[in-house]
Design a protein around this ligand. Structure first.
Ligand code: CP
Ligand code: NVA
Length: 307
């Protein structure tokens, strides 16, 4: 059964299947209470391990609630809960977990941890964020974009800020869903070159433009993220260099009035984005939050051969 490790490694057809299923189930559940079981309880008789080696609010809640809605059972584990924190190898951890659970979701640091986990687990592994990428988030973001503005193919996403893990997964998504991607950040903060190479594989363009006011005029969507991710430490004058890339109302006034604004959250208000924008009419951050739940349920079903 397949792992869900990077958006660049799942076929575009399967990514579309996942989003279509998520939209369908979301509509079926509309207005129902959060604890209501999904029709057919697709995860009945399944146990899912949710491992968090970094902090999380959205990923933790959305995966756990998602498993419950599908009639499955979840076990949430912090890194300190596992012998891994005392040196047990990833290989042994993966093999042991595979004797108890049907699916593993892990949020961790280095990409190689996920790779090793997937190599040695006999059950599917889902990437719940690494230092390199955050594929589940971007599936929710593509779903959110399409709910609000129709097919994303051929549209223009402008990333303002640092080329981090969320940005890398956006580049993978650009390649798979065929949208244009503009990276707008200071020199020294560009995204991973391999992810950049993948971005144009679906027919969309990739552009680096260091002038935010130029970039946003063509944007269907503007997206940003924390300047300092969980695995990073701020360099001496990083924030000073990034200050010109804050998403604020002045920047938005150079964009189309119906431009969508996204942020995976947690947001650092008045740093990478102002409250005025986060809480303003272009912002769809809470739809992104909700769609994490819907799309990850479909990702879990896909991993288990249930789609
Ligand atoms: N966006 C996101 O992954 O949020 P958490 O870190 O709260 O899980
Ligand atoms: N880039 C951020 C995303 C958090 C969901 C981080 O890795 O901390």
């Amino acid at each position: 059964m397949p792992d869900f490790l990077e958006l660049s490694e799942v076929s575009a057809k399967d990514l579309r299947l996942i989003i279509d299923d998520a939209r369908k189930v979301k509509i079926e559940r509309n207005g129902k209470t959060r604890g209501l079981l999904d029709a057919g309880t697709p995860l009945a008789d399944h146990v899912v391990a949710l491992i968090f080696e970094k902090n999380s609010t959205r990923t933790r809640l959305s995966f756990d609630v998602g498993v419950r809605q599908m009639g499955g059972q979840s076990i949430v584990l912090a890194s300190t809960d596992l012998q891994r924190s005392r040196g047990e190898t990833i290989k042994d951890t993966a093999q042991v977990l595979s004797r108890y659970v049907d699916l593993i979701m892990i949020r961790t640091f280095a990409d190689k941890v996920i790779r090793e986990m997937a190599e040695h687990a006999s059950v599917p592994v889902i990437n719940g964020l690494t230092d390199y990428s955050h594929p589940c988030q971007i599936m929710a973001d593509v779903m959110t974009f399409e709910e609000k503005a129709g097919p994303i193919k051929g549209k223009t996403v402008v990333w303002v800020g640092t080329g981090n893990n969320v940005c890398n997964s956006f580049l993978h998504a650009a390649g798979q869903f065929g949208f244009n991607f503009v990276f707008c950040g200071p020199e020294g903060f560009d995204p991973d070159q391999k992810a950049v190479s993948f971005a144009t594989s679906g027919g969309g363009a990739f552009v680096i433009d260091r002038n935010p006011f130029n970039c946003v005029s063509a944007a269907d969507m503007i997206v940003t993220d924390a300047w300092i991710s969980m695995h990073e430490e701020a360099g001496g004058n990083d924030k000073q260099k990034l200050h010109a890339y804050q998403v604020n109302q002045k920047l938005l006034s150079h964009a189309r009035p119906d431009v969508l604004f996204m942020h995976c959250m947690p947001a650092h208000r008045e740093e990478e984005v102002t409250s005025e924008v986060l809480d303003g009419p272009n912002s769809v951050i809470l739809d992104e939050v909700e769609n994490r739940l819907h799309v990850q349920k479909s990702i879990m079903k896909w991993c288990l051969g249930l789609l």
